[in-house]
Structure formats: structure tokens, C-alpha cells
Design a protein around this ligand. Structure first.
Ligand code: SAM
Length: 326
């Protein structure tokens, strides 16, 4: 396995399969949308599989598909089936907004997908529609049920907490770990993209979220659970589900960073918070051989910075999460 300059083993690749999304979450995408790539500018499934195979030979054992909204790309089940056959891959998962999951969950599981994470920031239908600029909450809730039935477990629900937008629902989400066995993860909002002053004004720290849960639902117990990601886990004593906290701002989560990102148009991103990109697509389409392509992965690993510098007020990355593949 390859380590970066700071001795962090890199075994996790997040692949954005499309820059398109069927929602326009107010903190993620501008109301007018974003300029989208043409189809020929996006990696084909065969190209994604080739690059993934090369990455697994360098020590990548976990792949997560994301977007945009990955389920808006036609034939995603076929990609899952091809990736699941990679002999060196241990774990294949998907991050989705859940709106299109109900009809594909069973097929994804059958094709070899291990798990799904579902982004859900509110459980109030009207608010969901406002927050996502037109989304239907019912579709997501049905998607969660179907994912559980299909065995894409543990289904993790990711909630980005935003002051005066959805922070009054923290308890409701935490209670679902008791009533429905949900695994809920509260995420600190990150100042990424162009609207950083607005994003910063919505920030609620993990510490505040935890205190608010404990005030209402009692002391949380730490859970020793290492899923290879940045979350730290806790539990309400009688709950089946867990409560995770992802704290990119208040807890310097870069120390354990084990990941690379690949955009839908074939750029490797050494770090979520930097604009540094390493292109794969031209080399791939001009007949680059495996060694040359692998060298680009090694270059990306080597280029990983020690961590983000959001706390130092350095201008953060201008790329939107929907482009990066969150
Ligand atoms: N469409 C898929 C989904 O909804 O999960 C995948 C792409 S979406 C960009 C991935 C995740 O990024 C979502 O959970 C979203 O909430 C999160 N996200 C987007 N912008 C963010 C920000 N500024 N801070 C924290 N999380 C953000």
C-alpha cells in the first residue's frame, strides 16, 4: 500500500460518476445550476473500471461512488457489477441523496454494492422541498427502507447541520437511532465553493450538536467503531443505531486522511480542500499505458498536503462539492 509524505496509508478512492444532480441543495449548488460537462468529457464506465483496477494495484481497497447524484447516471448498476469483480477491492459503497434509490436498491445489492450513505438534512416535507429546491422527502424515506431491505447495510444517514435552517431537527434525527435503528452522522458544514460567508454563518460545531443531544436524550456513550472514515461514533444507551460526528472544522480530521478523489471528468484530487488537480483523461484517451496512469495516482498521493487550512482563513477551495464528489 502507498503512503503519502506524512506516512498516511492511502487505501480509499471516492469516484464521482457524474456532475449532474437532480436536487439543488441550497448550500451545495446555486439556484441557476452549474455548467455541466458534455458526455464525451466524462469518464466512461470502462475507463472508470480500468483506472479503479490500476488504483487497487497501488493499495486502494475501498471505493465509494458519488457525484453529483450517482443514480442519475444511466446504467450505474452495470458499473457496480464491473467494479465488484475487481479482485483487490474489499469494499464498494455509494453516497446518494436517496431520491432514486427505491427502484435500484435491490439491483445494486445484487450487483455487488456493499453499503449506501444517504444524505438527508431534514425530515420535514416542506423544508426538504425548500432546502433541495423541489425535492420530495417521501422518495428518500422509501429509498432508505428499500436499501435496508436489500441489505445495503449499515445504511448511514448524513445530515449537514445548519444554524437556523435545520438545527432544530438534531433531536429528531438522534431519536431515529432509537426508534428505527438508524445510523445518523452529523456533519459540520464546510466553507467550500463560492458562498463561503453564508456557509460560515450556518456553521454549528460538533460540540454544540453533542451537547444539545445530551441535554434532551441523556449522556452519549462512545462506541469503538472504525469504519476507515473520519467519523467518531457514539450511542444513546438503549439505541440500536449509532450517532456519528464528522467534524472537518472543529476536529482536525486530516490527520487520518486515507483518501483520493476522482472527478467525473477524470481528475485526481489529492485533497478536498485544495484546487490542486491531476489530469487523467487526456493521457487515458491518448493511449497512456498502465504504468503512466499509475504514475499519476502516485503523483496525487505524493501531492497530498498535511491538511486543510480553513482555520487559518486561507481562501478555501473554489470547487463546489457537487463537482468534487462529496
Ligand atoms: N448526491 C449525493 C448525495 O447527496 O449524497 C452525492 C454528492 S453530495 C455533493 C455529497 C455530500 O456532500 C452530501 O452529503 C452533501 O450534504 C455534502 N455537502 C455538500 N456541500 C457541503 C458543505 N459545504 N459542507 C458539508 N457537506 C456538504
Amino acid at each position: 500500500m502507498y503512503c503519502d509524505k506524512f506516512c498516511r496509508p492511502i487505501n480509499y478512492l471516492r469516484i464521482s460518476v457524474t456532475d449532474r444532480c437532480n436536487l439543488r441543495c441550497i448550500y451545495c449548488v446555486p439556484a441557476t445550476g452549474i455548467p455541466l460537462h458534455n458526455r464525451n468529457e466524462i469518464l466512461t464506465y470502462e475507463e472508470i473500471v480500468r483506472l479503479s483496477r490500476l488504483a487497487t494495484r497501488l493499495g486502494i481497497t475501498k471505493i465509494r461512488l458519488t457525484g453529483g447524484e450517482p443514480l442519475t447516471r444511466r446504467g450505474l448498476v452495470d458499473l457496480v457489477r464491473m467494479l465488484a469483480l475487481l479482485p483487490l477491492l474489499d469494499d464498494l459503497s455509494l453516497t446518494t441523496n436517496g431520491t432514486l434509490l427505491a427502484r435500484t436498491a435491490a439491483a445494486l445489492a445484487e450487483a455487488g454494492l456493499c453499503r449506501v450513505n444517504i444524505s438527508l438534512d431534514t425530515m420535514r416535507p416542506d423544508r426538504f422541498s425548500t432546502l433541495t429546491r423541489g425535492g420530495a422527502l417521501k422518495q428518500v424515506l422509501t429509498g432508505i427502507e428499500r436499501a435496508q431491505e436489500a441489505g445495503l447495510t449499515p445504511v448511514k444517514i448524513n445530515m449537514v447541520v445548519m444554524r437556523a435552517i435545520n438545527d432544530d431537527e438534531i433531536d429528531d434525527f438522534a431519536r431515529r437511532t432509537i426508534t428505527d435503528g438508524w445510523h445518523v452522522r452529523f456533519i459540520e458544514i464546510m466553507p467550500i465553493g463560492k458562498e463561503t460567508p453564508w456557509l460560515t454563518s450556518r456553521y454549528v460545531s460538533t460540540e454544540e450538536v453533542r451537547c444539545r443531544i445530551e441535554e434532551r436524550l441523556g449522556l452519549l456513550q462512545p462506541v469503538l467503531l472504525d469504519d476507515g472514515g473520519p467519523a467518531r461514533y457514539w450511542q444513546i444507551p438503549e439505541a440500536q443505531g449509532t450517532i456519528g460526528f464528522i467534524s472537518p472544522i472543529s476536529d482536525y480530521f486530516c490527520l487520518d486522511c486515507n483518501r483520493l478523489r476522482m472527478t467525473a471528468d477524470g481528475r485526481l484530487l489529492p485533497c478536498l480542500f485544495s484546487d490542486h488537480e491531476i489530469e487523467l483523461l487526456p493521457l487515458l484517451r491518448q493511449g497512456g499505458n498502465d504504468e503512466q496512469l499509475q504514475a499519476r495516482f502516485v503523483q496525487a498521493i505524493t501531492a497530498k498536503p498535511p491538511g486543510h487550512q480553513l482555520d487559518k482563513q486561507i481562501t478555501p477551495c473554489r470547487r463546489l462539492m457537487s463537482r468534487t464528489g462529496g
